[in-house]
Design a protein. Structure first.
Length: 164
């Protein structure tokens, strides 16, 4: 067991038995909360570097940590978690989960900084990879013109399978 959620209003603790848990109203979720104000896939709990994090899965009623609405945040032991209006206290030991040294960033894991926001949103394509066959051929001919409208000679297009 990797920790537990203690309901604030009383009730049985919810054991955290996997390193990645989906919380929601659907029976397919790891932690099922059968309330009308909980979304089908409300949020996700996951372990990163020995600490639990919570990520809102675009739920209608949101997720709060210590009274503040969050999209993604680290959960420290003793933090108050609210899934919609259902409140829990987070109980776990970071040392037992492999945490070493000071806690990592509070809000988002460091992987988010490895890519630009434009490319994460799909608005900017990444640079072509050298290993791809057609891209490699295009790089060889990148300095040459493919077609000159003023030239009537034959054989101007070197790469017939590439777009004009």
């Amino acid at each position: 067991m990797y920790g537990e959620l203690i309901p604030s209003g009383g009730g049985d603790p919810i054991p955290l038995i996997k390193k990645k848990l989906l919380i929601g109203r659907r029976e397919s979720c790891d932690i099922v909360l059968r309330f009308a104000n909980v979304s089908a896939h409300h949020c996700q709990l996951f372990i990163n570097n020995g600490y639990w994090y919570i990520r809102d899965m675009q739920s209608r009623n949101g997720v709060k940590v210590n009274g503040l609405k969050v999209q993604e945040k680290r959960l420290d032991p003793g933090d108050k978690l609210a899934v919609s209006k259902h409140k829990y206290e987070m109980q776990y030991s970071p040392a037992d989960l492999g945490a070493i040294g000071p806690p990592p960033a509070d809000d988002l894991p460091s992987e988010i900084m490895t890519e630009s926001l434009l490319s994460r949103a799909g608005l900017k394509s990444s640079a072509p990879k050298e290993g791809a066959g057609s891209n490699k051929r295009r790089n060889e001919y990148s300095g040459k013109k493919r077609f000159d409208v003023l030239d009537d000679s034959a054989g101007q297009i070197d790469l017939p399978d590439s777009p004009v």
